[in-house]
Design a protein around this ligand. Structure first.
Ligand code: ATR
Length: 274
């Protein structure tokens, strides 16, 4: 598709953003459907200025990544219910000048998990209590899971328990409780490059009946997922959250059904060539 004066522009804003795979995934989808769209990445420090600029330029869709997911809420015209409850947005759609913020982190992470396991009535241990955790906790409760949050700082976990009506909050000293859970999800940054040998829990607390999901995707097979595989647990890779979160963004921006296979393949190729 040639870029011309009718090309519609979508983008991702973040800091850093240079590592982002969103442009590759979205552009592959546009190409597959022959859409006159382009998706670019902007390294943004001044969030207010960026949103004002994107609004003035009538940019159609904005993906928001770390660390701007909270701050963007201040500059949009409308925030959907899930993004309000989570307290963060990763998607902004420009509806004829009205900027509407939503959150596909929760749908993306839950879609990825539900491909491998049912969620309703399952006992789920969520490790970490930051922004990513909030999206996942929201999603897990929406799907009827029994949810326990474990965090290094107990106080933060307890606050989340109240806010999201969770079923338990623990410090990491009590991580042996994870053994009785069906699903274990790491939402902390532990294990991310360059600390690739770290895991927030040891192998001894995992077993073959569990599904273990790590939202860290650099590297794809984290130390936690190596432990999970070693004990025969099912694993869910963090890049799937990115992919399943990108599909509804694509649909919101273009109004077309996202070509899953093409976008999944683009992600896989990009990871392989890194
Ligand atoms: P994000 O928004 O990407 O989820 P965040 O808000 O910085 O990131 O949250 C990071 C989470 O990882 C927190 O739950 C943090 O625990 P604390 O609340 O105790 O800070 C957790 N975390 C980060 N580094 C950790 C480590 N080395 N060990 C255990 N937990 C860690």
């Amino acid at each position: 598709m040639k870029i011309n004066s009718k090309t519609k522009v979508c983008c991702i804003i973040g800091n850093p953003v240079e590592h982002s795979l969103s442009p590759i995934i979205h552009n592959a989808g546009y190409k597959a459907l022959g859409l006159n769209f382009v998706f670019v990445a902007f390294h943004v420090e001044n969030v207010k200025g960026a949103i004002e600029g994107l609004r003035a330029l009538n940019v159609l869709g904005i993906v928001v990544t770390v660390p701007h997911k909270l701050e963007v809420l201040k500059y949009v015209d409308e925030i959907d219910k899930a993004a309000q409850k989570i307290g963060a947005a990763n998607t902004i759609v420009n509806h004829n000048g009205k900027l509407v913020a939503s959150n596909t982190d929760w749908t993306g992470s839950l879609e990825a998990l539900r491909k491998v396991s049912e969620v309703e009535n399952k006992k789920v241990a969520v490790l970490g209590a930051g922004g990513a955790s909030r999206a996942i906790l929201y999603g897990l409760k929406r799907y009827g899971a029994t949810v326990f949050v474990f965090n290094r700082t107990l106080d933060t976990a307890q606050k989340l328990m109240e806010e999201f009506s969770l079923d338990g909050a623990y410090g990491l000293e009590e991580k042996e409780k994870i053994q009785s859970c069906d699903i274990v999800i790491n939402t902390t940054s532990v294990g991310m490059e360059p600390q690739i040998n770290d895991s927030v829990i040891p192998q001894e607390f995992l077993n073959s009946h569990q599904v273990v999901y790590d939202i860290v995707y650099t590297p794809k097979v984290t130390q936690l997922l190596k432990f999970a595989k070693a004990v025969g647990a099912k694993v869910v890779y963090g890049d799937k959250m990115l992919l399943y979160g990108a599909l509804p963004q694509f649909e919101l921006f273009t109004g077309k059904k996202a070509p899953y296979d093409t976008m999944a393949m683009a992600l896989e190729n990009a990871e392989r060539s890194k």
